[in-house]
Design a protein around this ligand. Structure first.
Ligand code: PGA
Length: 252
């Protein structure tokens, strides 16, 4: 049985005061036992705040990206070891906004994944098709290529340490969600690809759904057999919504 994971992706939102209130509300409501693993992936400047406010709570934290390089003359980049230095547990890798706006290729996402794993972070590797790709019947091919590029650089043991997030690009921030059946179909495809590497490990790999997951659709999405939680954007910025999604993870 895979324990579900609900991870917030704050994107480029927040400030010290608002974060403090949000994190306090989460910690107060969750107490010592959450129905699933819970994390917030925050802008790098707020990692220290998370470390300070979330130490010894049930909420983990992480970054939203990391450099493919170890260290050196890469102005503006944040390394995996820096994320780890601030107690990060996770790093989102290959989010569609980075693929689209920063030109991140499948090969670069694979390098970043490796960097995260070798620094002890759990990468949350995002894959997903655009609307045009879905309408052209290319969903399986696109997400397959994205995942295969990562699997090509990993060792079998790494499979137990990574998280995959299926985020259809057309569902992100749009209010449009994949139906549970649509999402499940892609999740099953992704799990089959993972199983091609190592069937036992793949049975334990968590595959999250992301893209307008909200309190009113979280439960039915997470009830699907291969949907092991959510990567939550907009709804992670309001404690009531994020907490409702966390609660839905335990209501299967
Ligand atoms: P959304 O974003 O929940 O606001 O659609 C999800 C994501 O981009 O990770």
């Amino acid at each position: 049985m895979r324990r579900k994971l609900v991870a917030g992706n704050w994107k480029m939102n927040g400030n010290l005061a608002a974060n403090s209130a949000l994190l306090n509300e989460l910690v107060a409501a969750l107490g010592h036992a959450a129905p699933c693993d819970v994390a917030v992936c925050v802008p790098a400047p707020y990692l220290a705040q998370c470390q300070h406010q979330l130490a010894d709570t049930v909420v983990s934290w992480g970054g939203q990206d990391l450099s493919a390089h170890e260290a050196g003359a890469y102005t503006g980049e944040v390394s995996a070891t820096m994320l780890a230095d601030f107690g990060s547990h996770y790093a989102v890798v290959g989010h569609s906004e980075r693929r689209a706006m920063h030109g991140e290729s499948n090969a670069l996402v694979a390098q970043k994944t490796l960097r995260a794993l070798r620094s002890g972070l759990i990468p949350i590797i995002c894959v997903g098709e655009t609307l045009a790709e879905r309408e052209a019947g290319q969903t399986t091919e696109v997400v397959g290529e994205q995942l295969k590029a990562v699997l090509a650089v990993l060792e079998a043991a790494d499979l137990t340490r990574l998280v995959v997030a299926y985020e259809p690009v057309w569902a992100i921030g749009t209010g449009k969600t994949a139906t549970p059946a649509m999402a499940q179909e892609v999740h099953a495809t992704l799990r089959a690809l993972l199983a091609g590497q190592d069937a036992v490990a793949a049975a334990g790999t968590r595959i999250l759904y992301g893209g307008s997951m909200k309190p009113d659709n979280a439960r039915e999405l997470m009830a699907m057999p291969d949907i092991d939680g959510g990567l939550i954007g907009g709804a992670a910025l309001k404690s009531a919504d994020f907490l409702a999604i966390i609660a839905a993870s335990g209501a299967q």
